[in-house]
Design a protein around this ligand. Structure first.
Ligand code: S3P
Length: 173
C-alpha cells in the first residue's frame, strides 16, 4: 500500500528530554506503534551504541543512524524517538521535516542535568562527566544543536510528567 501522506511522528531533542517516555505515551494515545531509534539500531546491529562508538567511531554511528532513519520512511503510523544528535547530521532534519511530523521537546538544562547524571554509563558522549562538566557540556551542545532542533514543525516546551501528552495532542496535525 503506498502512503499518500506522512503518518509518522519524529520526536527530537537532547538526550534525557523525554523522547522515549513521552513517545510511548503518545503512541498509546494515538494507537500508533512506537520505535526508539537507538534501541532499534542496537537490535539490528547486535551491538550497543557505546560499543559502536568505541569500536568504529562516532562517524560510523552517525552513518548507521542516518541509514536507519531513512529506512523508517517505510513505517506507518509510528512515533519515532530519535537519538539526540540525529537532527544535526547529514540532512536528517530536512529529511524528517518532509517525511513526517517533527516535534522538538525543548527541556531546560537543569532538568536534563538532573536526569542525565544518573544515566551517563550507556551514553558515550556523557561517560565520566561530573555534574558541573555535564552542565557545561549540555549548554554548549544546546547552543550548537539548537538551530537544527528549532527547525522542527512543533517546538514543545517540556519539563516532565505524563500530562504532557494531552498538551502535545493539541499541536498535532
Ligand atoms: C546521542 C544521543 C543518544 C544516542 C547516542 C548519541 C547524541 O540518544 O543516539 O548516544 O549525540 O546526543 P538519546 O538522545 O536517545 O539518549
Amino acid at each position: 500500500m503506498s502512503k499518500t501522506q506522512p503518518t509518522n511522528i519524529y520526536l527530537i531533542g537532547f538526550m534525557g528530554c523525554g523522547k522515549s517516555y513521552l513517545g510511548k505515551l503518545l503512541a498509546k494515545r494515538l494507537q500508533y506503534d512506537f520505535i526508539d531509534m537507538d534501541a532499534y539500531l542496537e537490535a539490528k546491529e547486535g551491538k550497543t551504541i557505546s560499543q559502536i562508538f568505541r569500536e568504529d567511531g562516532e562517524g560510523a554511528f552517525r552513518k548507521l543512524e542516518r541509514d536507519y532513519l531513512t529506512a523508517s520512511g517505510d513505517f506507518e503510523k509510528t512515533v519515532i524517538a530519535t537519538g539526540g544528535g540525529c537532527p544535526c547530521f547529514y540532512d536528517n532534519m530536512e529529511w524528517m521535516d518532509v517525511s513526517g511530523q517533527t516535534i522538538y521537546l525543548k527541556t531546560p538544562t537543569t532538568i536534563l542535568v538532573e536526569r542525565l547524571q544518573k544515566e551517563t554509563a550507556h551514553r558515550p558522549l556523557l561517560a565520566g562527566k561530573s555534574k558541573k562538566e555535564l552542565t557545561i557540556f549540555i549548554d554548549r551542545k544546546l547552543e550548537e544543536r539548537g538551530p537544527y532542533y528549532e527547525q522542527a514543525q512543533v517546538v514543545f516546551e517540556y519539563r516532565t510528567g505524563e500530562e504532557g501528552v494531552e498538551e502535545l495532542m493539541k499541536y498535532l496535525k
